[in-house]
Design a protein around this ligand. Structure first.
Ligand code: ZN
Ligand code: MN
Length: 258
């Protein structure tokens, strides 16, 4: 009988009993350490992925692995840029290998189904690569029923919620960095970590459709937010959290729990 769904709080023997059921499913939250404007902490992406995983784990009878708290480099057009203070990132190679290594370990323990729940825009392709390599390797090693799944939580916001949360128009998930989406979710989940008196009110960033190296800081808003979080509320966070939770639980149930 599990008393917690968090892997880091389980003892090894109880975990072994869980894996021995053959129905083991582990959710892996992934985030970043990245500036999120003057009104929110550096750890937002991992905090949100972790909270989503904790709720989904109850719905689909899963465990939640310790989160990845560092992610791939923050990019100007989706995270404000890696030049900013506080942002602390991994190389692509490091994130691919970290994903591969952790997922292979879970397979070795007897877990056969892993779902990575991403909370940092820039991570996606490197998580994809790490998962692909891990599943291929596991199958070559004889663990032929090994399977994995990858998703970013914002892709599970339905159209009705989108209209309710962005009544004045939606500008795309890439520029939601430090904006209404993340700030509303934080106000719902960790209100003590948000200071709305410091929230910037500038218009949405309109970054040029290319990147340059080295990055020029003047190309993105000085606040570090790519859109204003001024419309964020805990009620909107509630709507967002519910749609994300149910969308992800449905998808994981359909793919890994049928
Ligand atoms: Zn973020
Ligand atoms: Mn991010």
């Amino acid at each position: 009988m599990l008393t917690t769904r968090h892997l880091e709080d389980l003892d090894a023997q109880t975990y072994q009993e869980y894996t021995a059921t053959g129905r083991g499913l582990v959710l892996l939250p992934t985030g970043a350490t990245e500036q999120h404007g003057p009104h929110m902490p550096l750890g937002v992406d991992a905090m949100l992925a972790r909270a989503v995983c904790a709720a989904v784990a109850d719905d689909v009878d899963a465990l939640v692995a310790p989160a990845f708290c560092y992610g791939y480099k923050s990019q100007p057009r989706s995270g404000g840029g890696n030049h900013r203070i506080g942002t602390t990132s991994l190389s692509a190679q490091a994130l691919i290998l970290q994903t591969h290594d952790v997922v292979i370990e879970l397979f070795r323990h007897g877990i056969r189904k892993v779902a990575v729940v991403n909370g940092h825009f820039e991570n996606y392709q490197f998580l994809y690569e790490g998962l692909d390599l891990a599943v291929r390797t596991a199958r070559l090693l004889g663990m032929e029923d090994s399977r994995a799944m990858l998703l970013s939580y914002w892709d599970h916001v339905d159209d009705e919620t989108l209209r309710a949360v962005f009544p004045d128009g939606f500008h795309g998930w890439d520029i939601e960095h430090g904006g209404v989406l993340e700030t509303s979710l934080m106000l719902r989940l960790h209100p003590e970590k948000v200071d709305m008196s410091r929230a910037p009110t500038h218009p949405p960033a309109e970054p040029a459709p290319y990147d340059i190296f080295p990055e020029h800081p003047a190309r993105t808003p000085i606040s570090g937010c790519l859109s204003s979080p001024a419309g964020a509320t805990a009620e909107r966070g509630d709507l967002l959290f519910d749609t994300v939770r149910s969308g992800i639980s449905r998808a994981i149930s359909a793919e890994l729990r049928q």
